[in-house]
Design a protein around this ligand. Structure first.
Ligand SMILES: NC(=O)c1ccc[n+]([C@@H]2O[C@H](COP(=O)([O-])OP(=O)(O)OC[C@H]3O[C@@H](n4cnc5c(N)ncnc54)[C@H](O)[C@@H]3O)[C@@H](O)[C@H]2O)c1
Length: 325
């Protein structure tokens, strides 16, 4: 555990999927002054690196967040905490705005009131909405969220802009595609790679939500990134804003999209087993195609993904095979 006098980096949602991998990644990069903040609603205690300090706290508890910043010296924040299910957000939008916007606002207030002015935000490329199926998402595009999850993430991006203007906050907003690889565990699981692998391993069925999208094979197309590449991008973004004291918005992705059907076929190839597939109705709130243009990430952050789709699926498969579900 770090001492109270040291400056710390706060990782919100650090017990969650991407957050816990990022905590380990930052530690391996030599950062030992980390505090993980998580309410453990969707995070896992055992995912947190042994030597990372955990503060169990909910971002919606305004007083508790303020107290944490008053009591501890926190120099920067990497913000992952929030809800992240498109489908659920279409059924219960208030839940998403309350956590992702109001919770985020409490975080920003506690930061600026206590002199903490650097934040890396894990946003989502779904903020861009349903653009046509050919264009890649670049940062100059005007966001147009089509579900409450994406809208709540975009609203927090807008808050970041105002806090920059008024308080001199410096942020990096990273719009990521779908992050996968080792150790993915969401309850309920709605993400494609773990669903496909579980269905292959358990002999179950995989549902394809719609095959009439304006894409080559009619199924949705996404840009998949390995969770360790995402962690790397968050570290590079933090280093960038600390070094340049300048806010940035950067899209993360491989620049190559894979359709749901393509992904299933690659997974079948890797595992060497066929999977039962069923085409069902489109899911409300899904965009046809989300593929990032990663040119800005390359130039600004010197970041590009190291892992290919086959490695993403293979590492996830190795993990799921061990029966950890
Ligand atoms: N997984 C992806 O493919 C993906 C893609 C793009 C962006 N993102 C973004 O990355 C972030 C993390 O995603 P993930 O897949 O790791 O999700 P996750 O659910 O595994 O992690 C989120 C963590 O935040 C915690 N949390 C939620 N609300 C909280 C609150 N009010 N106070 C404290 N802790 C709270 C949860 O307990 C959980 O540990 C999300 O904000 C998501 O929008 C994820």
């Amino acid at each position: 555990m770090s001492s109270n006098n040291h400056s710390h980096i706060l990782i919100t949602g650090g017990a969650g999927y991407i957050g816990s991998h990022t905590v380990r990644f930052l530690q391996e990069a030599g950062l030992s002054n980390l505090i993980v903040l998580d309410n453990l609603e969707n995070g896992h205690l055992e995912s947190i690196a042994d030597d990372a300090e955990l503060v169990v706290c909910d971002l919606r508890d305004k007083n508790a967040i303020m107290r944490l910043f008053e009591e501890r010296k926190i120099e920067s924040v990497v913000h992952f905490a929030g809800y992240a299910y498109v489908g659920e957000s279409m059924g219960d939008p208030g839940k998403y705005f309350e956590n992702n916007v109001y919770g985020g606002l409490n975080l920003l207030e506690a930061m600026v009131k206590n002199g903490c002015k650097k934040i890396v935000f894990s946003s989502t490329c779904s903020v861009y909405g349903d653009i046509n199926s050919i264009a890649k998402l670049d940062e100059a595009m005007v966001p147009n969220p089509i579900n409450p999850y994406a809208k709540s993430k975009f609203m927090f991006e807008e808050l970041l802009g105002w806090y920059e203007k008024i308080y001199g906050l410096c942020y990096a907003s990273l719009a990521a595609g779908a992050g996968y690889g080792i150790g993915e565990r969401h309850e309920p699981e709605t993400h494609l790679v773990p669903l496909v692998l579980r269905a292959i391993l358990d002999g179950g069925e995989i549902k394809i939500f719609g095959d009439d999208y304006p894409t080559d094979d009619g199924s949705c197309v996404r840009d998949y990134i390995h969770v360790l590449d995402l962690a790397d991008a968050h570290l590079k973004a933090l280093e960038y804003i600390v070094r340049h004291n300048k806010s940035i918005t950067v899209n993360l992705g491989s620049g190559r999209g894979y359709s749901v059907k393509e992904l299933i076929s690659i997974a079948q190839e890797i595992v060497g087993k066929k999977l039962n597939q069923k085409i069902v109705e489109r899911r409300d709130g899904d965009a046809a195609c989300l593929v990032a243009n990663n040119a800005k990430a390359k130039t600004l952050l010197d970041w590009e993904p190291k892992y290919k789709i086959e490695e993403i699926i293979a590492s996830a498969y190795e993990w799921h095979k061990k029966g950890i579900k």
